[in-house]
Design a protein around this ligand. Structure first.
Ligand SMILES: *Cc1c(COP(=O)(O)O)cnc(C)c1O
Length: 319
């Protein structure tokens, strides 16, 4: 099947401007305003297209003829989407553990798939070997171009006239965190604190903060696979070490079960399906966590994610 292609224009962004919704359901009885930045509504289903799209456009302008990704998740799907829109072939190298659903979503965006290795590490190493002189490697979280692209979500919040006094977001490798910090700074909001949420078993930022240095988790044991970076980027860790004058980052860890329950509740409240990776951030708000005490205008990045179905969420909830 060949999807229709819009005319190629390398300067129009590949992401869409997403709604910013004031959620009465999530504010509950707290009296606080909860603003949802609905990145789940991006065409490839997550915020990743902002950074990945911007990086891909930049690499094409620099002469790239092919994109290579090693993500079997939302980053690989976003890369395939960007390639289709830019009419540039995309190769995604995924490990054997990648679900049939994720493979199907990459194929649907006309990405080519190579299955290699038992884990992400092996697939990633193979992908790097395949990168030739005219290829661009699209990293899932550790590239300054990604952060520049992700920052556009904060530009949109500023344009909408909403001034957050705290931001809640999920952390995997920390690309979203770095992008949001960049967006806050370039809109004069560098002092706004950030609640950086992970699930237990994918808590590479929390453990790095506790250890005082970047640690590598022996394995990812959380179901929130999109948060499953065994080590956060150097930039994300550096941001977590800064004082209150510049986007103080508070690390919070929630359980898989809390993340899944938040996804199910969010389905009812906002009629949108997201992955547990996103549910982690939502769980903090639903729990009216102590970290949010005193904040009146909380911006929640609803990062989205397409690799979990409703049936899968219900199955996890029953476990
Ligand atoms: C990638 C991803 C994350 C984590 O983003 P990082 O930039 O790796 O921190 C969170 N949620 C979803 C749905 C994702 O796809």
């Amino acid at each position: 099947m060949t999807l229709p292609v819009a005319p190629v224009n390398t300067s129009t962004p590949l992401h869409i401007e997403t709604p910013l919704i004031a959620s009465s359901a999530m504010a509950g009885p707290t009296g606080r305003q909860v603003w949802l930045k609905m990145e789940a509504l991006q065409p490839p289903g997550s915020f990743k297209i902002r950074g990945v799209g911007f990086a891909c456009q930049t690499y094409v302008q620099r002469g790239a003829k092919r994109f290579i990704s090693s993500s079997g998740g939302n980053a690989g799907i976003a890369a395939a989407y960007a390639g289709r829109r830019l009419q540039v072939p995309v190769l995604v190298v995924v490990p054997e553990t990648t679900t049939e659903r994720a493979r199907e979503l990459i194929r649907r965006e006309q990405g080519d798939i190579i299955v290699h290795g038992a884990s992400f590490q092996e697939a990633n190493a193979h992908a790097l070997e395949l990168v030739g002189p005219s290829d661009a490697f699209i990293h899932p979280f550790d590239d300054a171009l990604l952060w520049e692209g992700h920052a556009t979500m904060i530009d949109e919040v500023a344009r909408a006239g909403v001034t957050p006094d705290a931001v809640v977001l999920s952390v995997g490798g920390g690309g979203l965190l770095c992008g949001v910090v960049e967006g806050l700074r370039r809109n004069g909001w560098g002092h706004v604190p950030i609640m950086a949420v992970e699930t237990a078993g994918a808590d590479s930022l929390a453990q790095a903060i506790a250890a005082g240095e970047r640690v590598t988790l022996p394995a990812i044991t959380s179901i929130a696979t999109s948060l499953g970076a065994r080590q956060v980027s150097a930039q994300a860790f550096a941001l977590s070490q800064q004082g209150a004058a510049t986007s103080a980052v508070t690390s919070v860890v929630v359980s898989d079960q809390a993340a899944v329950q938040a996804c199910l509740r969010f389905m009812d409240d906002q009629r949108v399906v997201v992955e547990p990776a996103c549910g982690a951030a939502l769980a903090l708000v639903y729990a009216d966590a102590p970290q949010l005490a005193g904040f009146k205008n909380v911006l929640v990045i609803v990062c989205g994610g397409v690799t979990a179905t409703v049936a899968q969420l219900q199955k996890w909830a029953a476990q």
